[in-house]
Design a protein around this ligand. Structure first.
Ligand code: FES
Length: 168
């Protein structure tokens, strides 16, 4: 018979340490996942989604472009439809703006206010933006509309994830 016996104190100490470690791991794992998740999502943000918009059909008049992509949230995958307002500026550069108002997130429309033509207009609290997405002082939004990065592939417009504009 072995001389190495475990005392009651040692047994309790091992047991409590094991249970404590198990519980700590259970609490820490969601926190670690929460911290790492944005990093993983940042990698995903480099992807571009195809749209049905032909680049050579774009003009200086903003058009609404809807596009759908798959979004994975933990184990749940869903299809999300987003919208962009897209046009070519005076230099022929494509502008793809998010329709999400920077005040409280309503959807802005192009040229929908008779009193303020050729602007983006938010019907919720009468927020207004210039054609280039700049918020108009004296209206509720305090920042310009987000902008989508874009690519052209096979003549079609591809859009990335909308990002806040960098201040000039
Ligand atoms: S949500 Fe657009 S102005 Fe308030």
């Amino acid at each position: 018979m072995s001389k190495h016996r475990v005392s009651r104190r040692q047994f309790l100490s091992y047991t409590l340490t094991g249970v404590g470690g198990f519980m700590a791991a259970g609490m820490l794992m969601p926190m670690v996942r929460f911290a790492v998740d944005p990093v993983l999502r940042a990698e995903e943000s480099g992807s571009f989604t195809p749209t049905k918009q032909k680049v050579d059909e774009l003009t200086s008049k903003p058009v609404r472009v809807d596009f759908t992509f798959k979004q994975k949230d933990a184990w749940y995958e869903s299809e999300v439809t987003s919208t962009a307002w897209v046009y070519k500026d005076d230099n022929g550069k494509i502008m793809a703006l998010s329709p999400v108002c920077k005040h409280l997130g309503c959807t802005v429309g192009w040229n929908t206010s008779k009193e303020h033509p050729n602007q983006f207009f938010c019907p919720c609290h009468y927020g207004r933006y210039e054609k280039d997405g700049t918020n108009i002082p004296g209206t509720p939004p305090l920042a310009p509309l987000d902008e989508y990065p874009y690519k052209e592939k096979g003549g079609y417009l591809y859009l990335g994830q909308a990002k806040p504009r960098k201040e000039a």
